[in-house]
Design a protein around this ligand. Structure first.
Ligand code: PMP
Length: 370
């Protein structure tokens, strides 16, 4: 068996220990005589799995009292509609800060449901490369003090722009406006201050587990603002009241997510992950900064630790670069089709050895092509 270093932005690498455990438990989970995939979601076995997984999210993310943790379906793009349907029932004003391709998508979707106001945008429309490279200065954001919520994307997976601190809504002159954060691609990578947010959501396929599962953390006071047309299966209040089992949940994905949470706890939790992720990211950024062949565009203060987009100054070398990487077992380095270039995703399951192998290759390729 050969395992590669998989730099995919998602679905992404999972910890090998988790995959091995899942393989060992595939046919007979804990003496039940069946796979988790085959269990009733109402039975005591699966109930124990989901309850442990929910408790582990609370512990790992230090979710304060007064918040619900929900397992849902529909992914990040699903939440782009599910959030407005749940929060715009009473007041349909939605504000958004655009820092990359994913918040731009959230903006377009929210505009279908609400009165949308762009509070700030980092778009550099004229740029050929690096259309989003910074977070607009918070002092320049114009948030309506009566908005139903403000949406930001905590980490822009495509553009590599990350918030290291969530904004303080009082300082923005909007103390009563809940902050909604799309944390799809940096959840569990480091401590995130849940108490600053009204709602956080993330698709599972980066730091949590298999695609198909979505994690939502929502403050209790936001459970009563749903639009009359919000589908029941996506209504946070109903999902919360039913312990994330209003409808049949994605049971196997929840089981794998639970194994990932246990793995994270064995690693020392998110604070320990944060240190490792910072070390991995600086190893790669330092190598890129020292080179003449590669270029990055994102401002240093908001460079993502999870997704590192970079470009070859001579783009005619792209194919040769990717072919050489593949030959060394370094896969999925091609940038998103909308931005081109390269992108290395360094989620929790990417070991330092993988980043070191990539850095060695970057240097070797530069020597032979620089
Ligand atoms: N938001 C972010 C930050 C993402 O990275 C992604 C997917 N890469 C999405 C939303 C969309 O997620 P999905 O494909 O699960 O709908």
């Amino acid at each position: 068996m050969t395992r590669v270093f998989n730099f995919s932005a998602g679905p992404a690498a999972l910890p090998e220990e988790v995959l091995s455990q899942a393989a060992a438990e595939m046919l007979d989970w804990h003496g039940s005589g069946m796979s988790v995939m085959e269990m009733s979601h109402r039975g005591k076995e699966f109930t124990s799995i989901i309850e442990q997984a929910l408790a582990d999210v609370r512990e790992l993310m230090q979710v304060p009292a007064g918040y619900q943790v929900l397992f849902m379906q529909g992914g990040g793009l699903g939440e782009n509609a599910i959030v407005p349907l749940n929060l715009l029932g009473r007041n349909n004003k939605v504000d958004i800060v655009e820092t990359g391709s994913w918040s731009a998508k959230s903006r377009a979707e929210a505009a279908r449901y609400g009165d949308l106001h762009l509070a700030a945008s980092g778009l550099r429309a004229e740029a050929k490369q690096g259309k989003y490279t910074s977070i607009p200065a918070v002092a320049d954001w114009r948030v309506r003090s009566d908005a139903a919520y403000l949406h930001i994307c905590g980490n822009e997976t495509i553009d590599g722009v990350e918030f290291f601190d969530f904004p303080d809504m009082a300082a923005l002159g909007a103390p009563d406006v809940p902050l909604v954060v799309d944390v799809s691609s940096h959840i569990l990578s480091r401590p995130l201050d849940v108490s600053k947010c009204g709602l956080l959501f993330g698709g599972a396929q980066k730091n949590i587990g298999p695609a198909g599962l979505t994690l939502v953390i929502v403050r209790d006071d936001l459970l009563d603002q749903a639009h009359a047309l919000c589908p029941s299966a996506f209504n946070y209040k109903l999902v919360a009241a039913n312990g994330s089992m209003y409808n049949t949940p994605p049971t196997y994905s929840i089981y794998i997510a639970g194994l990932v949470f246990q793995w994270l706890k064995r690693q020392g939790g998110v604070a320990a992950m944060a240190e490792r992720n910072a070390a991995k990211a600086s190893l790669l950024y330092d190598a890129l900064d020292q080179s003449e062949l590669y270029i990055t565009h994102v401002e240093h203060a908001c460079r993502s630790r999870m997704n590192v987009p970079f470009f070859l100054r001579d783009e005619s070398l792209n194919e040769a670069f990717l072919a050489g990487a593949k030959a060394r077992g370094l896969l999925q380095l091609k940038g998103h089709k909308s931005v081109g270039g390269m992108r290395a995703s360094l989620y929790n399951a990417m070991p330092l050895a993988g980043v070191q192998a990539l850095v060695d290759y970057l240097k070797e390729f530069e020597k032979s092509h620089g």
